[in-house]
Structures are given as C-alpha cells and as structure tokens.
Ligand binder design. Structure first.
Ligand code: ZN
Length: 172
C-alpha cells in the first residue's frame, strides 16, 4: 500500500477525460487499495484515479463517518443509468480543491452500473450523500470539478486563492 500524491487545482490533469478500464486485474486492484489509503489519510470520502494522476475510470468512496466501521466502495467504469429529476443541495468540498466548500445542486437519487473490486457487474441505487458523492466523483472522470457549477466570479476567486497557495508553497 502506498499513499499517493493528490493533485490540486489548478492542474491540467484534473481536466482530462479518464479512459475506461479494460479489465480489473491485480494492477487495478493495487491502484484501488492505494487510492483508498490516500483518501483515508486525507480525511476524504471519495477519490477518483485522476486525482492521483491516473486517467482511468476508477473511483473509491467511503461515506461512513465512524472510524471503526469502514465501508469502502470501489467503482470501475461507472455509468449513470437513471437520475431523479428532483434535486438535492449539499455543501461540497474536494481533496483537489483544498479548504474550499460550496453548495451544489444535483439529482437527489441515481442508479449507477459499475464493476466492483473483483470486476463483477453491480448496480447501486443511491440517494442522499451517497448519490451526491458518486456524482461528484463521476464528474472527475469527465474532467469536471464542483467549482465548475459556481458562478464565474466565485470560481475564479477560488482558483486564484489556490494558485497563490501553490506558488507560496513552492517558495519554501
Ligand atoms: Zn472531488
């Protein structure tokens, strides 16, 4: 297991569209394990492979809040099958957009078809935080960040802040 480096905005890699996984093999499982460790270490609830620089359609998630009751979930090649027309609003954050939070509206329920850790086909019927989280992560596969849903002004303010943060860390 290796904790990988999480890429933060602004970075062109985060805007890349990820490619479907051909087969879930040992290499992909290793990546998922690393991603899960990386996500836990950063106190996140979801992580897409592109956030550690790998443009593959792989997501790990764990929305359980309790430390001793971990519920890791793995999604390979996820596809949204159904979306509820009713929207729900959550305050979202992102490990690639550190310390920035904003309310985003998304379909309140969705059905997602995907391959699990062992490469078996699964269907997830999600609602609440789970539905929001999987849609946020699936956006990463298309190169979309939650700040893209904000006004141009808000988004550019956040990007400016993050760029400043980056350049100041480089000076150290
Ligand atoms: Zn994110």
């Amino acid at each position: 297991m290796t904790i990988r480096t999480i890429i933060t905005e602004p970075d062109k890699l985060l805007r890349q569209v990820s490619k479907p996984v051909g087969k879930v093999g040992k290499k992909e499982q290793e990546l998922m394990t690393d991603m899960l460790e990386t996500m836990y270490a950063a106190n996140g609830i979801g992580l897409a492979a592109i956030q550690v620089g790998i443009p593959q359609r792989i997501i790990v998630m764990d929305i359980s809040k309790e430390e001793n009751k971990k519920e890791p979930r793995f999604f390979v090649n996820p596809i949204i099958k159904n979306k509820d027309p009713y929207k729900a609003t959550y305050e979202e954050g992102c490990l690639s957009v550190p310390n920035q939070f904003a309310e985003v509206d998304r379909p309140s329920k969705c059905e997602v078809e995907y391959l699990d850790y062992n490469g078996n086909k699964q269907l997830l019927k999600a609602e609440g935080l789970l539905a929001t989280c999987i849609q946020h992560e699936m956006d990463h596969l298309e190169g979309i960040l939650f700040i893209d849903y904000l006004s141009k002004l808000k988004r550019s303010m956040i990007i400016k802040k993050l760029s400043k943060l980056k350049s100041s860390t480089l000076e150290v």
